[in-house]
Design a protein around this ligand. Structure first.
Ligand SMILES: [Fe+2]
Length: 293
C-alpha cells in the first residue's frame, strides 16, 4: 500500500490567530496551507518542529484545532523555537501521535528530537541515546525507513544557516553509512558530507544505489527553504515553512511562497516527493537571506 504523507514545518504559531511573525499572520498562513493539504487527502501528517514561535500553550492549542480538522494521524517532533514539555502536554491526544518510531504501510518513520537545551543560536544535536536507538533499529530492520528531524544534518550552502544545523551531523551521517552493508564502493565521504544538490523538487529514483540500506529518506525543517539532495543514495529533503521563507540569492518568486512537502511512500521502498507552494495574501513578506530561522 502506498502511503501519502504531507510534511508541514515551521508553523511558528503565536497566541492568537491575528498575531504576526516578521509581518506574516502565521495562523492564517498555516490555515491556507492545511486547506491545500486536505484537498490532496493524505493518509498522515508530519510536523517537523518550530510549531510554536515562543512555545506558548495557547499556540499549541491553536495548532491542535487546525490539525484535528484533517482527521488523520499527525506525527510531530520539536524544533528550537518549541518548548518540548509544553508541546508534549498540549499535543498528547489524537490525532497527534507522540513517539519515536511509527509504521506507515510498509515503511518505518523514525522521529528524532534534534533540539539542544543549551543552544545559543538555535543550533541542534542528536543525543547519544537517540543515535544508539537509531543504530539498533537500523541493525534490525529491512523495512524502508524515513528519518525526520527538525535541524538540517547536511549543509545548505548558506553560511549563517549552516552554523545552526545539527552540530554532530558527522556522527549521524556515519551511522547512516554503516547501515548500508551492501557495497563498500558506496561508502564514500571521509571528509565533509558529499551532497548532490538536486534542483528539481521531484525525486523518485536515487542517483546511486543504496538498495540494502533501509534508510531511504531524511526529512527536515528549520531551513525555511526547499532542498533536495542525494547522499550515498539517501534523499535529503528540506521543506519550506508554512509562513516565512529564507531566500537564496538566486531565489525566484515561487521561493517566497509558503508550502508543504508531499511524499508518497511505495511498498517497494521507492518514493515520490514534491513541494507544493501555496499562494498567500499579496502582502506577505519573506525572510531576507541573513535572518534567523
Ligand atoms: Fe523555523
Amino acid at each position: 500500500m502506498t502511503v501519502k504523507l504531507a510534511q508541514i514545518t515551521d508553523t511558528h504559531l503565536l497566541t492568537d490567530r491575528e498575531a504576526t511573525m516578521r509581518g506574516v499572520a502565521t495562523w492564517h498562513s498555516l490555515h491556507r496551507v492545511l486547506d491545500c493539504v486536505a484537498e490532496r487527502q493524505p493518509d498522515a501528517l508530519l510536523l517537523t518542529g518550530d510549531l510554536a514561535h515562543n512555545g506558548d500553550p495557547a499556540a499549541y492549542d491553536l495548532l491542535y484545532e487546525l490539525v484535528a480538522a484533517l482527521q488523520i494521524p499527525a506525527y510531530w517532533l520539536p524544533g528550537n523555537h518549541d518548548r518540548p514539555a509544553i508541546a508534549h502536554d498540549r499535543l498528547s491526544r489524537a490525532p497527534f501521535v507522540t513517539g519515536d518510531r511509527v509504521e506507515l504501510g510498509d515503511w518505518n518513520l523514525i522521529l528524532l528530537d534534534s533540539t539542544l537545551a543549551t543552544a545559543t543560536y538555535g543550533e541542534g544535536a542528536i543525543s547519544v541515546d537517540q543515535l544508539q536507538r537509531l543504530r539498533t533499529h537500523l541493525d534490525n530492520t529491512d523495512r524502508p525507513t524515513a528519518i525526520a528531524l527538525h535541524h538540517h544534518p547536511i549543509p545548505m550552502a548558506i553560511d549563517w544557516l549552516d552554523t545552526i544545523g545539527v552540530t554532530n551531523a558527522r556522527e549521524f551521517l556515519d551511522l547512516l553509512d554503516q547501515a548500508d552493508q551492501a557495497d563498500p564502493v558506496d561508502q564514500q565521504g571521509q571528509g565533509e558530507p558529499a551532497i548532490d544538490r538536486a534542483t528539481p523538487s521531484v525525486n523518485s529514483a536515487p542517483a546511486r544505489s543504496a538498495k540494502n540500506n533501509p534508510v531511504k529518506l531524511v526529512l527536515f525543517g528549520h531551513t525555511h527553504l526547499e532542498f533536495a539532495g542525494d547522499r550515498h543514495g539517501i534523499q535529503f529533503y528540506g521543506t519550506p515553512s508554512t509562513c516565512t521563507q529564507v531566500l537564496r540569492e538566486d531565489a525566484t518568486e515561487i521561493d517566497t511562497l509558503p508550502g508543504f512537502r508531499w511524499i508518497e511512500l511505495h511498498p517497494d521502498g521507492s518514493h515520490h516527493s514534491q513541494v507544493i507552494r501555496v499562494p498567500q495574501t499579496p502582502t506577505a513578506p519573506n525572510v531576507p537571506l541573513a535572518s534567523a530561522s
